[in-house]
Design a protein around this ligand. Structure first.
Ligand SMILES: Nc1ncnc2c1ncn2[C@@H]1O[C@H](COP(=O)(O)OP(=O)(O)O)[C@@H](O)[C@H]1O
Ligand SMILES: [Mg+2]
Length: 592
């Protein structure tokens, strides 16, 4: 509505602008922690301690031993677009610090209560400040150790709508753990400590190599499965670790990518890594990696996302090609371990099914994105993954109840059998996996997954954020027949497992389940939440490739699979069987 002479457009008051802007930077407690850690790192700190209560919803305190601020700077730090890291527009082209927008402190302060104590190394006194909802309410001199301490309490106290969107303490804390771990990976020489509700949760002492930091964060088991990568080219350096091709997994965690030491998501690099693995990744499998990419600061735009979690490369094609080649090169060094020679064509590339003559993959068909959908949609997908040459595509005329005559096993992996009038070669693992999955799924739908208590409960230890996630889903897992009990800080005991599954390594299962559970809240329906978990249960419970099966076991497995209507893919999308109907055999041998 506008009155004559008075327009309807008004400039918003400063504090409203601040709160709107804060919404972009400060999404949740983890975002506050990220900004504060970034500032501490930019200030050259060697020790950073993060203390939080209630998943950061109540209090977040970050203490560093960096260069600190004098009083004049301390006052300016809470003003919007006040920064010591950028002087002119040209500086935007070559950013070497983590911060540069001068937005974090004012944004955080506008939606919380902040107390800051800071002191420069050679100055006799420091400064203490209180800021409430963006307004500085107190500034005074204070005795303080060199460095900066910023305490943020009551996040979103003045924006109730945002406060409502905060998740449970455990969820917020698990996001926050990941922020700390990412920072720790990028800065191995810096000490990081994280305390939650008065208890030490993470402690990473300074180390001199990335390998040692990876060991602290992901453990020895992870290090065993990865190979080192390092290659420098003009304007490009890629280093870190990526999974040994024989150890690719169904899970995607971790896939840590850093560009100029910033943790980012980037589809170009992710795609190039997948491409580097080429034929070593079957459908539904993923590489895990911790990779650091360094490029000239003026060839990458870090100013494309308010929380800086995305970047844009000036030389996208060069980056894609280089990453792919470096990964391939690193894997090629491992060819003996793969137990097979890796054929290289004249361009030194590995042939890849479906690859074009030019060898350059189309950038828009991002494989990670496609696989993401795969992993969440593990329902009835009966598409065979790839049709073998000459395999008939007509519909099959056999079904439940037909006769199964097992004929043997090839390489302890494939079962050969006559099923009805067809010749079948069946992957014992994927077939069994699909059977278990179908049965678990039906049992779950009928709310009747039977569980079988373990005679000796099995202990399992998890990293802190994994433990947090698991703790939150104990009741959900119980409905799936998996009974766990919390047992001290990050330990659990497995008490019962679904009766449909036999004996296997239960603790590895639980470790893998954490990845499925991390996606749980993102899924829209209960069905889509449960499916990946059931798929993991089925995968772990199924007979492995490499196990000898006697004819009666083979028969039983194939009959079960036939009873489930011969599904042609496992829940992760891998192929189950090759089928040759009698008519097809006749045709091949010139009898028809
Ligand atoms: N922990 C810290 N130690 C020293 N100086 C800091 C610290 N945190 C913030 N500052 C100062 O406050 C300024 C504003 O911080 P911030 O709002 O995060 O913006 P930016 O990091 O983008 O410059 C920084 O440029 C820096 O000079
Ligand atoms: Mg900053």
């Amino acid at each position: 509505m506008s009155v004559a002479g008075v327009g309807k457009i008004q400039v918003l008051p400063g504090e409203v602008v601040s709160r709107i802007a804060a919404g972009e930077v400060v999404e949740r407690p983890a975002a506050v922690v990220k900004e504060l850690i970034d500032n501490s790192l930019d200030a050259g700190s060697t020790r950073i301690t993060i203390e939080v209560t209630d998943g950061g919803r109540r209090m977040i305190k970050v203490t560093d031993d960096g260069e600190g601020m004098g009083q004049a700077d301390a006052l300016l730090a809470f003003q919007r677009h006040a920064t010591s890291k950028l002087r002119s527009e040209e500086d935007l082209l070559g950013i070497r610090t983590l911060g540069f927008r001068g937005e974090a402190l004012p944004s955080i302060a506008s939606v919380s209560k902040v107390r800051m104590v800071t002191a420069c190394r050679h100055e006799p006194v420091g400064t203490r400040m209180l800021v409430t909802g963006g307004t500085i309410t107190k500034t005074e001199e204070a005795a303080a150790a060199p460095g900066t301490q910023i305490e943020v309490t009551d996040l979103f106290f003045n924006t109730p709508a945002r406060r409502k969107f905060l998740k449970a303490s455990t969820t917020e804390f698990s996001h926050l753990c990941q922020i700390v771990q990412q920072a720790a990976l990028a800065w191995p020489r810096t000490q990081f400590r994280l305390r939650h509700n008065g208890q030490d949760v993470l402690e990473y002492s300074p180390v001199s190599s990335l390998r040692d930091r990876v060991l602290q964060i992901y453990g020895a088991r992870f290090l065993k499965d990865i190979i080192a990568v390092r290659e420098e080219r003009p304007g490009f350096l890629l280093e870190g670790f990526t999974v040994n091709p024989v150890r690719t997994r169904a899970g995607r965690s971790p896939q840590d990518l850093f560009v100029n030491r910033r943790p980012v998501k980037n589809a170009t690099v992710a795609h190039a890594v997948y491409d580097g693995y080429g034929g070593h990744l079957s459908k539904g499998q993923h590489p895990v990696f911790v990779l650091f990419l360094a490029v000239d600061p003026d060839r990458v735009d870090v100013n494309v996302h308010p929380t800086k979690r995305e970047v844009r490369f000036a030389d996208q094609d060069m980056i894609h090609q280089s990453v792919r080649q470096v990964i391939r090169g690193a894997l090629r060094g491992r060819s003996e371990e793969l137990g097979m020679p890796i054929p290289a064509d004249s361009r030194g590339e590995w042939p890849r099914p479906g690859s074009t003559a030019a060898g350059e993959p189309p950038h828009d068909s991002m494989r990670p994105a496609a696989q993401q959908t795969m992993a969440h949609d593990t329902g009835r997908d009966d598409r065979p993954t790839a049709m073998a040459a000459g395999e008939p595509t007509q519909t099959y005329l056999i079904g439940p109840g037909c006769e199964v005559i097992p004929m043997g096993q090839i390489g302890r992996t494939f079962l050969v059998a006559q099923v009805g009038s067809e010749l079948h070669v069946i992957d014992q693992h994927t077939a069994h996996e699909r059977v278990l999955y179908e049965r678990l799924w039906r049992a779950w739908q009928a709310r009747g997954v039977q569980s079988q208590p373990l005679l000796i409960p099995e202990p399992v230890d998890l990293p802190p954020h994994g433990a947090t996630i698991l703790e939150e889903h104990l009741a959900d897992l119980a409905t799936l027949g998996l009974e766990l009990e919390s047992f001290g800080a990050n330990s659990f005991v497995i008490r019962a497992v679904p009766a449909l599954l036999g004996q296997f390594d239960y603790s590895t299962l639980v470790q893998d389940l954490v990845e499925d559970l991390a996606q749980w809240n993102a899924a829209s329906s209960l069905e889509t939440r449960v499916r990946p978990v059931l798929a993991s249960l089925a995968c772990h419970g199924a007979v492995r490739a490499g196990r000898a099966l006697d004819p009666s076991e083979s028969k039983r497995l194939i009959e079960d699979w036939v009873e489930e209507s011969l599904p042609m893919t496992c829940p992760h999308g891998r192929r189950v069987a090759l089928r040759l109907p009698a008519e097809e055999l006749a045709r091949i041998f010139g009898r028809a």
